[in-house]
Ligand binder design. Structure first.
Ligand SMILES: [Zn+2]
Ligand SMILES: [Zn+2]
Length: 750
């Protein structure tokens, strides 16, 4: 009699498992037991755009599989999550829909959380937070005040990148190839009073630590090095019209062959070198915009001659030029122009009258020219030196959907910090931005206040903090129980349990966020609250993954190639989508989405489902014969070895978050289990009960190994194998392959 075998109905299976998880609170962050490893896994924090895109699905499928794996190994796991809810994307969407951004953000968050639950991601949903909640941005303001108090935030009239389309300033990290990170239009430079985050004091430590980080994959590390932008070389102290000047070059042996010196327009001593009124105008023009940030090519980048000179290392006078090309290469410093060895310098020289054009032979950088010794231009007294391209960045925005900056401007006292007891400075919830100007500045109920110091009439700062600032600490709140967050955030005792995060899983484009999160952790360590994180590193491990594209191009509404995860889940089920996105490519590779991997994953799950159900059902009616069992014992032993090897590989793959390999090894193990049956049948005509039992043990092992990746299907299969709910959950990760090989009764002698 064959039992009723349910067909693979992903919708039904997934709803039933999710109901159990939610009812039992399986994924609430546990109180760690004695000696239990604490693992805080931090996936990326999305903007509240209203829809998960496939990049999110990739991110959370990796993070969730890793979280489930660590839980199955007996570790205390916190899979925390929050929304980066302030900022332009939400504000612009709200303008389009003519509603307050707060309402838009709430709707979007709700919808996205629904999508995440439907995909079966095991976040602790009770801990979800929005950076735009009053209880959250109160702490962004607290952080601002602390950093201000410790001179890590400052305000100055500065040249900043400005996007005309978005009507706001941008941090240089938000300018990609001269274009706005959000709207991709060209940006220009303007001068205005601006708040800055000072990162320079921690660049060297970030540099040192980057070389020591364990469990960071190559992609993540290379982004950290790129953002740091370190150049090694030598520096020389010179004297000239503007006083002393220290000049750097990456060409160690060539400083003596310099033809000019190039100053950054942001060099701290620039004013001493720009005296002439006409030259002053040139500098102002360079600073106030008018030049295209994408023109970093030395043949078109802005450059002007100050008319000043320094006495070069060889005693000859070197003209002093100004160009932002220095910033793009070495940060806001001064550098030697050495056309003899540097192609960019050669191009610049050709554009400046006072500098002789380079007539020497063309050569690659660093190559020896004209048969001279490699150190022909070495300079006595040159010191080893390095420069970092990374620099302090602006955190001021002239938009209304952001954390209000807790500062009051008083005519008598200047910029006065809002006292901590007066936090939060509340952002009016009913603001309806129009896209024109900053509506905060037009609200007397927000702007007009008393000076906290002298009591005179004063004005609130109306710049808000860029969401990049909120993101500096977005990895913290999930580790604090929601009920305690109002009272205690940065000093909550649980932080010592969960921090640093064991693993950050984020998109390859989050390098800038991560770099600055590493900086601010060091600042908070030195200020006090994070003193327990000695190395100042928020993430003990880090996995960056590339994005998901379609038809070889970035997904966009414009191109009509957007893959909607909801439609895929509706059609194939969450497990298929998760498995497909994990299987399709390794994290370091851009994933070009195709339905091929989807069909592969779906076929695998259906086959495994039907095959396992059939074997579970047939076991009861499978006869046992001692002689037959003895004859196939070596085959069962081989099955055991296959299982052991497979498990070992899948475990190692998953530990290293190489989920594409793990999934491939899972599908291979299934092939071997099928192969075992074929071989036994070929030898004996049919399986003995001993063979069937071994095979079922192998299928159960396979289901356990599948559980982190396709949790609904795997758990339902474990239940179907006869395990009860309590044994299945939490599903334990097998540390060995318990495949029965020998039979109970010894085989009769021949
Ligand atoms: Zn823009
Ligand atoms: Zn005052």
């Amino acid at each position: 009699m064959s039992k009723q075998k349910p067909s693979y109905d992903a919708g039904r299976i997934e709803a039933s498992r999710q109901e159990v998880w939610e009812r039992r609170g399986d994924y609430e962050a546990p109180t760690p037991g004695e000696g239990q490893a604490r693992v805080y896994i931090k996936p990326s924090s999305p903007f509240t755009s209203g829809n998960l895109h496939m990049g999110h699905v990739r991110d959370y499928s990796i993070g969730d599989a890793y979280a489930r794996f660590r839980r199955a190994r007996g570790d205390a796991v916190l899979l925390g999550f929050g929304f980066d809810a302030f900022g332009l994307p939400a504000e612009l969407a709200a303008i389009e829909r003519q509603e307050p951004p707060a309402d838009w953000v709430a709707q979007c968050g709700e919808r996205m959380l629904g999508q995440m639950k439907r995909l079966g991601f095991s976040f602790d949903y009770d801990r979800v937070f929005y950076s735009s909640d009053e209880g959250q941005y109160r702490w962004s303001q607290w952080l601002f005040l602390k950093l201000l108090e410790h001179d890590l935030i400052y305000r100055e009239d500065a040249t900043v990148d400005w996007c005309d389309t978005c009507q706001t300033t941008l941090a240089s990290i938000q300018v990609e190839d001269g274009r706005c990170w959000r709207c991709h239009n060209e940006v220009r430079l303007i001068r205005r009073p601006t708040w800055f985050l000072r990162i320079t004091p921690y660049l060297e430590e970030n540099d040192r630590n980057t070389e020591r980080l364990q469990n960071w994959d190559d992609l993540a590390l290379s982004t950290q090095r790129y953002i740091l932008g370190r150049s090694d070389g030598v520096e020389v102290d010179l004297e000239g019209d503007g006083g002393p000047l220290t000049v750097f070059t990456p060409h160690r042996g060539a400083a003596g062959r310099a033809d000019f010196v190039l100053l950054s327009p942001r060099h701290p001593q620039i004013d001493a070198w720009v005296q002439d009124a006409g030259v002053r105008d040139e500098l102002d023009q360079m600073r106030s915009g008018g030049w295209d940030r994408s023109a970093r090519d030395a043949r078109s980048v802005p450059v002007f001659d100050t008319g000043s000179a320094v006495v070069g290392p060889g005693g000859s006078e070197l003209p002093v030029l100004v160009s932002p090309l220095v910033d793009a290469r070495f940060g806001p410093t001064a550098a030697f122009g050495i056309p003899a060895v540097d192609e960019a310098d050669r191009d610049l020289a050709a554009r400046i009258e006072r500098v002789p054009s380079w007539e020497g032979p063309e050569a690659e950088e660093g190559e020896v020219e004209g048969g001279e010794a490699p150190d022909a231009g070495a300079v006595e007294g040159a010191r080893e030196a390095k420069r970092y391209r990374a620099n302090d960045f602006s955190i001021s925005r002239q938009r209304s959907w952001g954390t209000p900056i807790p500062v009051i401007h008083c005519d008598a006292c200047g910029a006065v910090p809002v006292p901590e007891a007066d936090l939060p400075v509340v952002l009016p919830r009913d603001i309806k931005p129009t896209g024109e100007g900053n509506p905060l500045a037009e609200r007397p109920d927000f702007v007009d206040v008393e000076c906290p110091r002298c009591g005179a009439a004063a004005k609130r700062e109306t710049d808000t903090l860029d969401c990049h600032f909120d993101a500096l600490w977005l990895w913290v709140p999930a580790a604090v129980p929601p009920a305690d967050r109002a009272e205690l955030m940065f000093e909550h005792p649980d932080l010592k349990e969960w921090l640093p995060s064991e693993r950050l899983v984020a998109g390859g484009d989050s390098g800038g966020f991560v770099f600055d999160q590493r900086i601010v952790t060091k600042a908070l360590r030195d200020i006090g609250p994070f003193a327990f994180m000695e190395d100042g590193e928020p993430f003990a491990g880090c996995l960056f993954h590339e994005m998901v594209i379609a038809d070889g191009r970035k997904m966009s509404k414009h191109l009509g190639n957007v893959v909607n995860p909801d439609e895929l889940v509706e059609r194939y089920g969450a497990d298929t989508v998760r498995l497909a996105i994990l299987y399709a490519a390794g994290p370091a590779k851009t994933l070009n989405w195709s339905d091929g991997s989807l069909r592969f994953a779906n076929r695998f799950l259906r086959n495994l489902w039907t095959y396992s159900q059939d074997r579970f059902a047939a076991l009861e009616d499978t006869p046992h014969d001692a002689e037959a069992a003895a004859d196939t014992e070596f085959m069962r032993d081989r099955l055991r070895k296959w299982c052991e090897n497979g498990l070992e590989r899948i475990t190692a793959d998953t530990e290293q978050l190489q989920m594409h390999k793990a999934v491939r090894n899972i599908t291979r193990l299934f092939e071997r289990i099928q192969d075992f049956e074929k071989r036994v049948a070929k030898r004996r005509g049919q399986l003995d009960r001993a063979d069937a039992e071994a095979q079922i043990a192998a299928l159960v092992l396979l289901a356990r190994a599948l559980a982190p990746f396709a949790p609904h299907t795997a758990e339902e299969l474990l239940l179907a194998s006869g395990l009860d709910e309590a044994t299945v959950l939490p599903a334990r990760w097998p540390d060995s392959a318990p495949i029965p090989v020998t039979t109970e009764s010894p085989a009769p002698s021949a």
